[in-house]
Design a binder for this molecule. Structure first.
Ligand code: B1M
Length: 213
């Protein structure tokens, strides 16, 4: 790994939210592609944070400060991840499902969709099925994008889809899901319209669903 990439990785592990944006900028200045910085340094660092947590070397506070430093780096990276796109590709209401506070992956998905021309309404984290339903009812959307990082909160994706159905809105929107524990099989099982393993493939998925509608 180039030295600056290694330094970003280490700064995220250390939760150094002053160093991370500076080093991300240095990597960009050195001509390293934004997607390479994201995947090979930043997302890789968060995976390592998860491993250290599993092994009992990191606790929740360490995970949290690493997450904050990752978010600080994403601020610098954002304009470089987004491609200019003038016409609206469709509207998306996004959120991390009820009970779940993880938002880095969801934020990345929103960022990439926005960059691809979608209009984004980000409801944040811990979003109840009722809140998604109310948004679709009041403002409408082409796509409902649900993220979950915990096996215990994944079932709330199903509950959200059922709430949309109960409100008579299911046929009006496409539902896409993702997040580390989520799989294609789970998406089929709960009746989602699509699953994406990462933020860039969420863009192609969203585009294909909107154009097929
Ligand atoms: Co927590 N956490 N966490 N955590 N956390 C995980 C998820 C965990 C795997 C760690 C571990 O044990 N190895 C584990 C879950 C175990 C499980 O359920 N199987 C875990 C746990 C247990 C917990 C707590 C329960 C810990 C506790 O309190 N004892 C607690 C739960 C709090 C809650 O939500 N109610 C908790 C808390 C936290 C923090 C708040 C400290 C912090 C989150 C801060 C934040 O997000 N603002 C945190 C963090 C940082 C992590 C890890 C280390 C990193 C997550 C991350 O940001 N990854 C994580 C370990 C890991 O994932 N390996 C872990 C980087 C991000 C870019 O990836 O979010 O996967 P990800 O997004 C990807 C794809 O999944 C996909 O695109 C993105 C990349 O392109 N994607 C989508 C995501 N959403 C999508 C939606 C789509 C499509 C694609 O369409 C709509």
């Amino acid at each position: 790994m180039e030295q600056v990439m290694q330094e970003i990785f280490t700064s995220i592990l250390n939760g150094d939210n002053k160093a991370v944006p500076l080093k991300v900028q240095a990597a960009l200045d050195a001509g390293i592609e934004a997607s390479k910085i994201l995947n090979e340094s930043m997302i890789a660092a968060m995976a390592e944070v998860g491993r250290l947590f599993e092994e009992g070397e990191y606790y929740v506070p360490e995970m949290l400060i690493s997450a904050r430093s990752m978010q600080a780096g994403l601020v610098v990276l954002k304009p470089h991840l987004m491609q200019a796109n003038i016409k609206s590709a469709g509207s998306v209401v996004a959120g991390t499902v009820k009970g779940d506070l993880h938002d880095i992956g969801k934020n990345l998905v929103c960022m990439m969709l926005e960059g691809a021309g979608f209009e984004i309404h980000d409801l944040g984290t811990d979003v109840s099925p009722e809140k998604f339903v109310a948004f679709v009812q009041e403002q409408g959307a082409d796509i409902v994008a649900l993220s979950a990082l915990l096996t215990t909160t994944m079932p709330n994706m199903k509950v959200t889809i059922e709430a949309l159905r109960a409100a008579g809105l299911r046929e009006r929107v496409k539902v896409i899901i993702g997040g580390a524990p989520v799989t294609e099989g789970y998406a089929q099982q709960i009746g989602a319209d699509g699953y994406s393993p990462d933020a860039s493939r969420a863009v192609s998925l969203a585009k294909s669903l909107v154009s097929a509608a």
